[in-house]
Design a protein around this ligand. Structure first.
Ligand SMILES: Nc1nc2c(c(=O)[nH]1)N[C@H]1C(S)=C(S)[C@@H](COP(=O)(O)O)O[C@H]1N2
Ligand SMILES: [Mo]
Length: 314
């Protein structure tokens, strides 16, 4: 996320609570940068696996646009658990151990419990899905993800009638995730979807990218990909899936509720309070391109929001 420096704030805002919040966030970010640069425990190393996935089946879900190069997909990331710089995740995420990995399933379902990550998706075909990923910061990529439809996994867990939302939680372990030693966000990172969004066939639980096991910096061993929403909804390194009756709290919404909504559908009509969302820079390209409603997936998902005021529910 782009955090405005206090110096950019105009004097008329001096008394506002939002200035206070922004200054607080800026100080946290500055501290995060300084702290990470002196951390001895996380020797920079290229530790991501180039292990090929055993079997990947093609899918009908693909956009016909040039793929963002592997180096950018794995080298230009947001994963604040490893620092706030785009290069930090690739540099530092080697300290994350992704096997064995347990996912705790909780809340309104018939099959709660602790599942090994491989057990959770066992028997489901790992597909290739070529999706756009649009960051709220107005850059985008086209990424060949490998994963299983989230809906198929959730159906196995048999949500009850009380399950209206699903919450996803990232690992909380400052030893493995040194960025969590600084309170840039309230850790652990958490995100959520309404049940119909979670069950939508486009929503993917990714285990790989470019036909290989996910590199740590991309959210190994298991991360969400919700292509019609801003990238921050696509939570990485998931350790808990929780079915709930009420709308779950989400990290960026908690940090700045007027800037990052729960729905976070890509919408060129609704500006971020500090920048326009009309255009985006595709990583690797110079000229900006128009941002599309629902990131180009309107035909598939717009009906989920019929009757909702998308300015209010941003
Ligand atoms: N746990 C966690 N998940 C996260 C983030 C994060 O900081 N922590 N960043 C989000 C943001 S802002 C984006 S744009 C995407 C980036 O995913 P990628 O690095 O695989 O492209 O991850 C999202 N998931
Ligand atoms: Mo993002």
């Amino acid at each position: 996320m782009l955090i405005r420096r206090p110096a950019d704030v105009v004097p008329s805002e001096i008394t506002s609570k939002s200035l206070f919040e922004q200054r607080r966030r800026f100080l946290k970010l500055a501290a995060a940068g300084a702290a990470l640069s002196v951390l001895p425990a996380v020797a920079p190393r290229r530790a991501w696996s180039a292990e090929k996935l055993a079997a990947v089946v093609p899918s009908a879900y693909k956009v016909d646009e040039p793929l963002t190069p592997y180096e950018s997909v794995t080298g230009y990331n947001n994963f604040y658990e490893f620092g706030t710089g785009k290069g930090d995740p690739a540099r530092y995420a080697g300290s994350l151990h992704t096997r064995p990995w347990t996912v705790s399933v909780e809340g309104a379902c018939e099959k709660p419990g602790r599942y090994d990550v491989d057990e959770l998706i066992k028997g489901l075909a790992v597909e290739e899905r070529i999706y756009r990923l649009r960051c709220v910061e107005a850059w985008s990529m086209v990424i060949p993800w490998n994963g299983v439809p989230l809906g198929k996994v959730l159906q196995r867990l048999q949500p009850t009638a009380a399950a209206k939302y699903v919450e996803f939680v990232t690992l909380h372990d400052p030893q493995q995730m040194p960025g969590q030693r600084i309170p840039v966000l309230e850790w652990p990172y958490r995100e959520g979807l309404r049940m119909d969004e979670a069950l939508h066939p486009l929503t993917l639980l990714a285990v790989g990218v470019y036909g290989e096991v996910l590199p740590n910096q991309n959210g190994a061993p298991l991360r969400l990909v919700v292509p019609w929403k801003y990238g921050f909804k696509s939570v990485k390194s998931i350790v808990a899936i929780r079915f709930s009756e009420t709308l779950p709290p989400t990290s960026w919404n908690l940090a700045a509720p007027d800037e990052y909504g729960f729905y976070a559908n890509v919408n060129p009509e609704v500006d971020h309070p500090r920048w326009s969302q009309r255009r985006e820079r595709r990583i690797g390209e110079w000229l900006k391109r128009d941002t599309l409603p629902f990131n180009g997936y309107a035909e598939q998902v717009a009906s989920l929001y019929s009757g909702m005021d998308l300015r209010r529910f941003f």
